[in-house]
Design a protein around this ligand. Structure first.
Ligand SMILES: Cc1cc2nc3c(=O)[nH]c(=O)nc-3n(C[C@H](O)[C@H](O)[C@H](O)COP(=O)(O)OP(=O)(O)OC[C@H]3O[C@@H](n4cnc5c(N)ncnc54)[C@H](O)[C@@H]3O)c2cc1C
Ligand SMILES: C[S@@+](CC[C@H](N)C(=O)[O-])C[C@H]1O[C@@H](n2cnc3c(N)ncnc32)[C@H](O)[C@@H]1O
Length: 588
């Protein structure tokens, strides 16, 4: 469980405690709750009987193109695998959002071990182990079965997490430990949240027929029925929700035009593909990732904060997802990042964080001597080693994410009008594209786009960022890990060592000596002196877009024109997940 504090000055604590679980006599037991994770007779048969059949999942899969399943207590993920197995075996096109809550995440090896008796699930059990989230207090998102099943795994107390969410579940699996052993998960407040988050006719199942469960669920609008329980259990509970709005929807009439083929456009396309929403990407330049997303090397890492803040959880969730996706697409160039206690402001913040509890792979304090060893370069500052951070190939990442989408490159829009509820876009090549929705992913091109089509304007900041490519004759070439110090320096990868990145308000597109000098000035003095041939530096300039408050612009803007822009200097980490959840929120 994540330690939460009501004191605003409290130190952040992003460590999650475990469940004290172990396998005894072939069954996984929690010492904390003095209860078992699933039936000692046959956990898979129980999952199928109680949850899969109890909620009528097979029939719902055949009559819907999208379902939301919500579960209290992810545990080993056995229920999730039972669902995946059924989807795989059914002739259904239904896509699923599987939202689960877990306050005491299991170690992935132990969860895998506990699932081992169910050999028919072995292939997907191995996959789940591979994609098992890091032990970070945030929501983790993973895609399965060619992106048809989207697992949203919230590491945190189910009630606290639910209160912050808005979804409409079609199916509920109530699978916390028994109410007698874990009252927390079966309170009136919990039933109120379940009701708030239920779609009309949502089905529900639980192994427990305790009076407090029956009464609690009836009170908030469920019609219940007792059925034969699994194995030695005489009874179980099933039912459906009698109130609520229907969220069984069809995407069949949606068609989306995405403008811009950088990481933002690619992330929206990736999200739409997962729910089979028709879309096309229009890119003005001749190639994908010609803007900021076309830099040769980029960092993926979370924005860590010393003070507790909800955005921290979002940043971790984005990082967890983007990191996994980059690995899946084979675009990781290098693993591990160092973040120096430098410059002074960053040093102060990081030293405060060092006194807090963090997962080791995010914040591992290290002395200058240890960092020098890791970096293979003499470093004078202490700092953090982040083994979870990584360097990626941004352009390859963007291209991979667009692989299965139709992209028109070298195409600009010359007119944009709405006729009979649909947008009509005329391209410079003379063709007409129609859509129900448009998503503007134009990066720094957004202000001009809004002006050209007389759309409402926004207060935006365009800056150019120059990267300097170091010559191959400096001691800095020895660097063996990504280094952050206000700016960043990468190792030499595929013949390029990148130092970045300037913030130039003049938004120039030229590589300048001024830009190189700025980048060098970001380095700690002792490292600056290694760069001798300043006039031999080469570089690349691209533009960033930021909103006034520096938050990304994600959502409805004007009519059915949506924005996914202003990703600032963290687009490579934040865009993939924001793009994935965008389609749930904005294109229902
Ligand atoms: C120097 C520099 C270094 C950076 N380093 C990192 C890093 O290490 N890690 C990190 O996470 N982030 C980093 N960033 C930020 C990251 O690169 C951006 O947040 C991200 O690339 C923005 O993606 P985007 O798709 O919004 O914009 P872009 O990648 O710029 O894509 C916008 C696309 O829209 C197209 N377009 C524009 N107007 C139109 C139009 N009218 N019609 C059709 N197409 C149009 C453009 O041609 C372009 O292809 C860096 C940024 C810079 C500038
Ligand atoms: C019976 S097990 C769930 C078994 C699981 N569905 C499976 O397939 O393995 C109950 C789970 O609920 C979790 N849990 C207990 N209290 C919780 C809470 N307040 N919030 C979220 N999860 C909780 C436990 O850590 C445990 O993993």
């Amino acid at each position: 469980m994540i330690k939460q504090s009501k004191n605003p000055n409290a130190m952040a604590n992003y460590k999650i405690s475990g469940p004290d679980a172990k396998i005894t006599d072939g069954v996984l037991r929690s010492d904390r709750f003095k209860d078992i994770y699933f039936s000692s007779e046959n956990g898979l048969a129980e999952a199928r009987h109680v949850f899969v059949e109890g909620t009528n999942l097979a029939a719902l899969l055949n009559s819907n193109d999208h379902l939301v399943i919500a579960e209290t207590g992810f545990g080993t993920g056995l229920n999730f695998l039972a669902v995946m197995d059924l989807v795989e075996k059914s002739a259904t096109n239904c896509t699923i959002d599987y939202i689960s809550f877990e306050a005491y995440p299991l170690d992935k090896e132990l969860a895998f071990e506990a699932r081992k008796p169910f050999s028919e699930l072995q292939r997907n059990s191995i996959l789940l182990k591979k994609l098992w989230p890091e032990n970070w207090a945030c929501a983790h998102h993973r895609l399965f079965l060619q992106d048809r099943i989207h697992l949203h795994l919230h590491y945190g107390d189910a009630l606290l997490e639910m209160k912050q969410l808005n979804f409409k579940a079609n199916i509920w699996f109530l699978d916390g430990f028994s109410p007698a052993k874990n009252k927390e998960l079966w309170t009136e407040n919990m039933f109120t949240q379940i009701s708030r988050l239920s779609a009309s006719k949502a089905t529900i199942a639980s192994f427990s027929v305790a009076a407090l469960v029956k009464d609690g669920l009836r009170k908030v609008g469920f019609k219940l029925e007792k059925k034969r329980g699994f194995g030695k259990k005489r009874e179980m509970l099933t039912g459906y929700y009698t109130a609520g709005l229907s969220r069984y929807y069809s995407h069949s009439d949606k068609k989306v035009i995405i403008i811009g083929a950088g990481i933002a456009g690619a992330s929206i396309a990736h999200g739409l593909r997962a729910t089979n929403i028709a879309h096309i990407v229009v890119e003005a330049s001749e190639t994908i990732a010609s803007g900021a997303s076309g830099n040769p090397i980029g960092l993926q890492g979370p924005q860590l904060m010393a003070a507790p803040h909800p955005s921290m959880q979002m940043s971790l969730a984005c990082f967890s997802y983007a990191r996994e996706l980059a690995l899946k697409h084979g675009v990781v160039l290098h693993k591990g990042l160092i973040s120096l206690h430098y410059p002074e402001k960053q040093g102060k913040r990081q030293k405060k964080m060092a006194e807090q509890e963090w997962p080791n792979e995010l914040v591992e304090e290290a002395s200058s001597r240890q960092l020098s060893q890791i970096a293979n370069l003499a470093i004078e500052q202490d700092g953090f080693f982040q083994s979870a951070g990584q360097l990626i190939d941004p352009s390859k990442f963007t291209k991979k994410m667009l692989n299965d989408s139709e992209v028109l490159t070298g195409v600009s829009i010359s007119s944009l009008v709405k006729r009979k509820g649909r947008w009509e876009l005329t391209t410079t090549a003379g063709s007409i594209l129609t859509a129900t929705d448009i998503v503007l992913c134009t990066g720094a091109g957004l202000p001009k786009f809004l002006e050209k089509f007389t759309l409402p304007s926004l207060n935006l900041q365009v800056t150019s960022g120059q990267l300097s490519f170091l010559p191959k004759n400096t001691t800095l070439n020895n660097l063996s890990v990504g280094l952050q110090f206000g700016g960043y320096l990468t190792p030499m990868i595929n013949g390029k060592q990148v130092l970045g990145a300037s913030f130039d308000l003049s938004a120039t597109t030229q590589v300048t000596q001024r830009g190189h000098n700025y980048n060098i000035s970001l380095l700690p003095d002792a490292l600056q002196k290694h760069i001798l041939d300043i006039d031999q530096l080469q570089g690349r300039v691209s533009k960033r877009l930021a909103s006034q408050d520096r938050w990304p612009l994600v959502g409805d803007w004007h009519d059915t024109i949506h924005l996914f822009s202003a990703l600032g200097s963290r687009g490579l980490t934040n865009a993939p997940l924001l793009g994935l959840i965008f389609r749930n929120q904005k294109l229902p």
